[in-house]
Design a protein around this ligand. Structure first.
Ligand SMILES: Nc1ncnc2c1ncn2[C@@H]1O[C@H](COP(=O)(O)OP(=O)(O)OP(=O)(O)O)[C@@H](O)[C@H]1O
Ligand SMILES: [Mg+2]
Length: 446
């Protein structure tokens, strides 16, 4: 070979190298950007089309991508591309039993290649059989690693001929496997994060449903008790023959009212479940409280309790969901009654007051019970926190939710002269003062 021939040959090889380096670079850029712009759900399509581009650009016949199962026991064929007419492959084909030697190399984060089946070591006999079965004549395999952990492997093969892998080829394919490691590792992490988020959402939904079921049981219990005790009283009157029609009618009215209350609670919870806010109307707070007090004075839970209402100068009309405010009052009053079980009978008094300052109305419910231990002041609003043997611990959680749904707050404190006081505070916009004591159903003052 003379000098000119040598130079031309050298230049030819250099140009060839440069051209294939450029082709490879373009390919890598294209694959990376395809991964970046594709939606997460299209991962398999993107990988397989990248495998195809790589094989076609580099003159290879097959590329296979293997991923470990979640428990790490198996590594299964997940994505592949091969030239048409090659021996058929099946997805989910696993490595451990079929390619035990290759499986071991990958688990140990070792890459390997062989130019012909004869190059495989003796301990790879089983692997050799399987490679032969699937038409592999030469193969190069890289472990896929993310955060120092092997999660799969990427392999390339020649099926037509045996093939001596050059250092350059191995280096290029290794670079490709690193890109795959990066994008697939990232996607798997994203998928896991999504799954985790779903799980959290599902479990918090279950918790919310549990809370709602508990809330429903809690709220329905009181009207049901009223209905039962009234029905029993009516039965007693009738069997004794001592029933006056007006008494029976009054009892039936109580039953109807309690039933309507229960129906309102169910409707309300249904609206909560459907994510619809409860219906709010412009209402007179003092009237609503007075009516509710009249209603709850007959509840068996409040028997022997003096229920007093002191209406203050508050805006005549505030946007309120009446059933919810009734629920809130029913719970606060029932709690106050429970807290006064040990209070001398002449002091078993609940005082309800409405007051307004510049832009807030306040509804205070004060009792003369045992008060709240200071260390419990925050916890009492948590669902299922209770100190009563037959309590569910849902009442105050429901009350606070109602207060917040109105854009207000519910706070607890101990009164300086004993007992607890709960304050529901609500911002208002319309302000029309009303003279004290004119509200219907006022039960009196302390
Ligand atoms: N007026 C009050 N005085 C003293 N402690 C109170 C008062 N109201 C509530 N508590 C305390 O707060 C706890 C939680 O009240 P909450 O209404 O949420 O549940 P509960 O009354 O125990 O049960 P239920 O779900 O049947 O209402 C009560 O168990 C009690 O310890
Ligand atoms: Mg309660």
């Amino acid at each position: 070979m003379n000098h000119t021939e040598k130079t031309t040959r050298h230049r030819g090889t250099a140009q060839h190298k440069l051209a294939s380096a450029l082709r490879l670079q373009r390919l890598l850029t294209e694959i990376s950007s395809r991964f970046v712009t594709s939606p997460q759900t299209a991962t398999r399509e993107i990988i397989e089309s990248a495998q195809r581009s790589i094989c076609e650009t580099l003159g290879l016949d097959r590329s296979t991508l293997w991923l470990f199962s979640d428990d790490g026991l198996e590594m299964a064929l997940t994505c592949y591309w091969q030239r048409p007419g090659s021996p058929p492959l099946r997805r989910n084909f696993v490595t451990r039993g079929n390619l035990p030697w290759a499986d071991r190399q990958i688990r140990e984060a070792k890459s390997f290649n062989f130019s012909s089946l004869a190059d495989l070591p003796p301990e790879a006999d089983r692997d050799r059989e399987i490679f032969r079965l699937y038409g592999t004549k030469a193969n190069v395999t890289f472990p896929l690693v993310t955060h120092g952990r092997v999660f799969g492997a990427l392999a390339f093969a020649k099926l037509t001929d045996e093939h001596l892998w050059t250092d350059e080829e191995v280096a290029s394919l290794e670079l490709i496997s690193q890109i795959f490691s990066h994008v697939i590792g990232k996607r798997r992490a994203e998928e896991r994060a999504d799954q985790l988020r779903d799980e959290i959402q599902r479990s918090s939904r279950a918790a919310v449903l549990g809370e709602l079921a508990a809330a429903l049981a809690h709220e329905i219990n009181q009207p049901l008790t009223t209905i039962l005790s009234n029905a029993q009283a009516a039965r007693r009157f009738i069997t004794r023959g001592s029933a006056e029609t007006h008494e029976i009618l009054a009892i039936l009215d109580d039953i109807i009212r309690a039933d309507k209350r229960a129906a309102g609670v169910v409707r309300n919870l249904r609206e909560m479940l459907g994510d619809k806010p409860a219906q709010r109307e412009l209402l007179c707070l003092n009237e609503l409280v007075a009516e509710s007090c009249a209603l709850f004075a007959n509840d068996p839970v409040n028997e022997g309790i003096d229920l007093m209402f002191d209406p203050g100068h508050v805006p005549a009309h505030i946007k309120l969901a009446s059933v919810e405010i009734q629920q809130l009052l029913a719970n606060l009053i029932a709690n106050a009654s429970h807290a006064m079980s040990g209070t001398p009978p002449d002091r078993r008094r609940i005082l309800i007051q409405t007051r307004a300052d510049e832009d807030m109305v306040h509804l205070h419910v004060r009792d003369h019970g045992h008060g709240i231990p200071p260390e419990h002041l925050d916890r009492i609003f948590e669902p299922f926190h209770t100190t009563r043997p037959d309590g569910l611990g849902m009442g105050l959680a429901i009350c606070r939710r109602i207060a917040e749904a109105h854009g207000g707050t519910l706070k607890a404190a101990n009164h300086q002269s004993g007992g607890a006081v709960f304050t529901f505070s609500l911002p208002f916009v319309v302000r029309r003062p009303e003279p004290t004591g004119t509200s219907r159903g006022s039960l009196g003052r302390e």
